[in-house]
Design a protein around this ligand. Structure first.
Ligand code: PLP
Length: 453
């Protein structure tokens, strides 16, 4: 290496380790991460990608980015309330507080009065039962899929699960309930046809080999036209005659009917109609953390709780705390977004549109998360044309901006629906959109930027 080689000017690791930005970063990242970041930046300097003089500032920048955790907050401007790719239900402030408290040592399995070990998550379970008195008992597990697996394992391992062909659903990302159930060692006894299943089909299938009857709410699609399904009340009679458990997988986690979503099943109604066990998710319409809810007959819930698999799918203390706070707390962000006042949304959309010189259009939001398919949530959105620049490029800038914004792209138009954005974030959204727009040069047919591939 000749004396003039610029690589000689690359700062040494020991010197960078003593710099002020690195000192500051030690509060949030490990020594190993710091050393990896430094090595990476020095490497870029060796390859001539940056000047040796830029090494220290590049390290500082990289560490500042690392300092924030991997999960970046996103302003959800899609109008989809339960967006699985954005982590489903955003938690209420009360639930967030509970999470933080529960992150330390807590009495999750201890009775403080006696000092003796107690059942796990007793207070979350009690809250769930208070909010769903139709259930005799409740169990909280890791997620909806775990609740279903635990139910079918407990009642039907080595036996049959009777389920209608109209309810054999895929819940997303190629994930099929059928595969899930069969992975437990239960055999699926498919009955009826895709569009029509009758009570007789269930009755004919019941025998000594039957473990349970499963009713699945096909949450993410609808069969219309010449259809027939057997409701829980009718299935009750079949289950009564044979004494086998009737399990209903509802998915959404509504505990009571919601007038906005008349076709969405709820736990209280399903239990009153005769389901022995109801399973649901905590982070869909209930608006809580990821969790699986099991509600129903005390003896059957007890059997599930005692199954060895229950230990493998138990809810963590953070989820238990957040779930309890969601149940006992004020209205959830999911509820607020679902029931957002259209007039207020329009006002907010007009204010945003005026700030960025865009147009206001009517726009239907969605429940999402595989809930209430086809049910529109009428509202408003800001439509941005950006002087003909590619909307995909504007969308990319919004997603990668600060704060990150996820818009909806529909038929070549970029839409910002304010339904799922807290009003307190309106100004931040306006700034983010203006930032994204100012760097985007309008054009006359010539793309100002290369569209995304
Ligand atoms: C969402 C859903 C599930 C899976 O629940 P997770 O909480 O995602 O594990 C199972 N069944 C139905 C009907 C659902 O809608």
């Amino acid at each position: 290496m000749p004396m003039t080689d610029p690589r000689r000017r690359i700062p040494r690791t020991d010197d960078i380790l003593r710099s002020a930005p690195v000192e500051a970063a030690r509060a949030s990242v490990s020594e190993q991460v710091i050393r990896d970041v430094i090595a990476g930046v020095q490497q870029r300097a060796r390859h001539g990608e940056i000047a040796p003089e830029q090494v220290e500032s590049s390290v500082a920048e990289a560490l500042a980015r690392r300092g924030s955790i991997a999960a970046r907050p996103v302003l959800n401007a899609t109008g989809v309330v339960i967006h699985t790719n954005l982590g489903r239900a955003p938690l209420s402030a009360a639930a967030v507080d509970a999470l933080v408290t529960a992150s330390g040592y807590v009495d999750v399995e201890l009775d403080l009065a006696t000092g003796v070990r107690s059942k796990r998550g007793m207070s979350a379970r009690a809250a769930l039962l208070r909010h769903c008195p139709a259930a005799q008992d409740a169990l909280i597990v890791n997620n909806g899929a775990a609740a279903l697996v635990l139910a079918t394992t407990t009642f039907a391992a080595g036996a049959e699960v009777i389920v209608s062909r109209g309810e054999l659903i895929e819940i997303g990302a190629g994930f099929r309930l059928t595969d899930l159930i069969e992975s437990t060692g239960a055999r699926l006894r498919e009955i009826g046809t895709t569009n029509r299943t009758h009570l007789r089909d269930y009755v004919d299938a019941i025998g000594p080999q039957t473990g349970c009857i499963l009713k699945v709410h096909p949450s993410n699609f609808r069969v219309q036209g010449f259809t027939a399904e057997v409701d829980i009340a009718q299935l009750r009679s079949a289950a009564d005659r044979s004494g086998i458990p009737l399990v209903a997988d509802l998915g959404s986690g509504l505990l009571h009917p919601d007038s906005l979503l008349p076709d969405e099943p709820d736990a209280a109604s399903a239990l009153r109609a005769g389901a022995d066990i109801v399973t649901a998710s905590g982070d869909k319409l209930l608006g809580g953390p990821q969790a699986g809810l099991v509600l129903g007959r005390a003896d059957l819930v007890e059997r599930m709780a005692r199954h060895p698999l229950a230990r493998a799918v138990r809810a963590d203390k953070l989820a238990l705390a957040a779930l309890e706070a969601t149940l006992d707390g004020p209205s959830t962000p999911v509820e607020s977004a679902l029931h957002a006042d259209a007039g207020r949304m329009e006002e907010r959309a007009r204010r945003l549109a005026a700030a960025i010189d865009a147009e206001v259009v009517t726009h239907d939001g969605r429940v999402g998360g595989g809930g209430a398919p086809g049910v529109p949530l009428p509202g408003w959105a800001v439509a941005i044309t950006a002087g003909g620049a590619p909307p995909t490029e504007l969308a990319r800038r919004l997603r990668t901006g600060d704060p990150a914004v996820l818009p909806r792209l529909h038929e070549g138009v970029l839409l910002l629906d304010l339904r799922c954005i807290p009003e307190a974030d309106d100004d931040r959204l306006a700034v983010a959109v203006r930032d994204a727009l100012t760097t985007l040069v309008p054009n006359d047919g010539e793309p100002a930027v290369t569209p995304e591939h």
